[in-house]
Design a protein around this ligand. Structure first.
Ligand SMILES: Cc1cc2nc3c(=O)[nH]c(=O)nc-3n(C[C@H](O)[C@H](O)[C@H](O)COP(=O)(O)OP(=O)(O)OC[C@H]3O[C@@H](n4cnc5c(N)ncnc54)[C@H](O)[C@@H]3O)c2cc1C
Length: 496
């Protein structure tokens, strides 16, 4: 950890000025869909203030990472294992992001059915979940696709991530949020964080944005796209844990015997019977995360802007209420769920889509269709394009259903991910990883899932370590050297 003395105090001059400018950058042309009316969230016409503080530079490191979800964990572990000095700031009380704080109940594909695509840190997460009983009771080591679509216990996954990061030697603190960045000529000079002890700064050679939303890169001035041409984003979901599920009965009723165990019965009937205030025909369902409890990926939060706390607040209030309708639906329409109780909802609203940071290369649906390969490939992935509709409108629901059914691969197929998709245009020492890398909506609909985030996080961490060791920028990284390091770590790079 960086020494804390008089000299390494940073005078944050005009943090307020930056704060004034930031919302313009963040929200240019964006009108939050949820205009909350409650007192808690009411919006007044703002006046601006100038904000100035002298704050300690608490860490001087090679690599700073904002966010400790799947991509942040992989980045921290990869960078630290390459000998880099790392500091990671995570806003929640544990690692895992959407998979823990958001209670997302299952991992998507780690493999293409033949090759383990998320090799390296992704493999270690898989292996440790398997060996420490973190996967749900329906995990079957003899199943052909045993690597893919496994449900898990979020509490166990937290410990898997804790151990991986601690063993790597990366420094980190929880309940620590990145709140601003200081930028000069395309270089981020300091990350400003806020935690229980107050504000502090981190100085690093490379800054990796693993916030899921591209906060760091966007605040540093990177361009981004968000949603479709009209700015509509995929619906979010407030995921949940339900106790008292009788899985045996559910299985024998025929609805849950089939794999995967996410489907839900008699939904159309329940919609017709008026159980729901929003007629949403798409219900991912309930996963067998424990012997008696289920992980619910239930209900859609339409119109939520995950980069706007007012929109998030309104959506959380609404979704918590809507889950009572789903409780009735499960109890009355689904055998085996008669006695369920809602045990918990996510600390984070599940957000599927916000910013896609514009990088040196933007991956497109054509790359997906042609199973692209790139000279600067840092990994390959293959998930189907899973875009959740931004509204309950039947036409849009049909469209995304068609995409989901057609944009998918056969066994052994995958697309390459170029290093350039991790480098935000116009910034010299910033990398992005995870859900917000440089893609169009289609590729984001595939790569956003957790195993995809392990791949890009690991690559960003390794690249940052190489750049720091050579004292060069992100574009100065010798790609061949990076690919060799990634291969040594276990990455799947058949073309490198
Ligand atoms: C409802 C839902 C269902 C899903 N289903 C699946 C599935 O079945 N299988 C699958 O594999 N994936 C699934 N996903 C996708 C997957 O969970 C996420 O896309 C993935 O976790 C993204 O990883 P990430 O590291 O980019 O970001 P996140 O997981 O979002 O993690 C970001 C982390 O950064 C932290 N953070 C954010 N901003 C700051 C800040 N300013 N300062 C400090 N920390 C910050 C957050 O607290 C969080 O821990 C689902 C997602 C949702 C929402």
């Amino acid at each position: 950890m960086g020494k804390f003395n008089r000299r390494n105090f940073l005078k944050v001059v005009g943090l307020g000025t930056a704060a004034q400018a930031m919302p313009k950058m963040m929200f240019a042309g964006e009108v939050p869909k949820d205009k909350p009316k409650s007192k808690v969230t009411s919006e007044k016409k703002c006046t601006n203030i100038s904000f100035q503080r002298s704050i300690p530079v608490r860490h001087e490191v090679d690599v700073f990472i904002a966010g400790g979800g799947p991509s942040g964990v992989a980045a921290a572990v990869a960078a630290a294992r390459q000998g880099a000095k790392v500091f990671l700031a995570e806003g929640q009380s544990y690692f895992g992001g959407m998979g823990t704080a958001g209670l997302v109940p299952s991992f998507s594909k780690f493999s293409d059915g033949i090759n383990f695509l998320a090799g390296g840190v992704g493999w270690q997460v898989y292996e440790r979940c398997r060996d420490t009983g973190v996967f749900g009771p329906d995990y079957n080591p003899n199943r052909k696709y045993r690597w893919d679509s496994n449900s898990f216990r979020a509490e166990g996954l937290k410990r898997v991530y804790d151990n991986l990061v601690v063993e790597s030697g990366a420094a980190f603190t929880f309940q620590t949020r990145l709140v601003a960045v200081e930028v000069e000529d395309g270089y981020v000079r300091y990350a400003i964080c806020h935690a229980k002890s107050g504000l502090f700064a981190v100085k690093a050679h490379i800054y990796i944005d693993c916030t899921g939303d591209g906060d760091l890169a966007a605040w540093a001035g990177a361009k981004f796209e968000k949603g479709d041409e009209q700015g509509n984003v995929q619906a979010g979901t407030l995921c949940s844990i339900w106790s008292g599920v009788d899985w045996k009965r559910a299985r024998s009723a025929g609805q849950y015997g089939k794999w995967p165990l996410g489907q839900s019965a008699n939904l159309e009937q329940a919609i017709e019977d008026g159980v729901f205030t929003v007629k949403d025909p798409h219900l991912p369902g309930m996963w067998m995360c424990g012997r008696t409890f289920g992980g619910g990926n239930i209900g859609h939060a339409f119109g939520v802007d995950g980069t706007n706390e007012r929109s998030i607040t309104a959506s959380l209030l609404r979704e918590r209420k809507k889950l009572l309708e789903y409780e009735r639906y499960y109890k009355e329409y689904n055998p085996g769920f008669e006695n369920i109780e809602l045990a918990a909802t996510g600390a984070l609203l599940g957000i599927r889509e916000t910013r896609r940071i514009t990088g040196d290369y933007v991956m497109t649906v054509d790359d997906y269709k042609r199973r692209a390969s790139f000279p600067d490939e840092i990994g390959r992935y293959n998930n189907e394009v899973d875009i959740h509709s931004s509204s309950a409108d039947p036409k849009e629901q049909e469209k995304v259903k068609r995409i989901f059914a057609t944009l998918r691969y056969k066994e052994g197929e995958s697309y390459g991910i170029p290093y350039r998709a991790l480098i935000p245009r116009g910034l010299a020492n910033v990398l992005v990883a995870g859900r917000c890398i440089s893609t169009d909506r289609y590729v984001q609909g595939s790569i956003r899932v957790m195993p995809g985030c392990f791949i890009t996080g690991q690559a960003a961490g390794a690249a940052a370590a190489v750049a720091a060791a050579k004292q060069t920028s992100t574009r100065g990284v010798d790609v061949k050297r990076l690919q060799q390091r990634l291969k040594d770590m276990g990455a799947f790079l058949p073309n490198a």
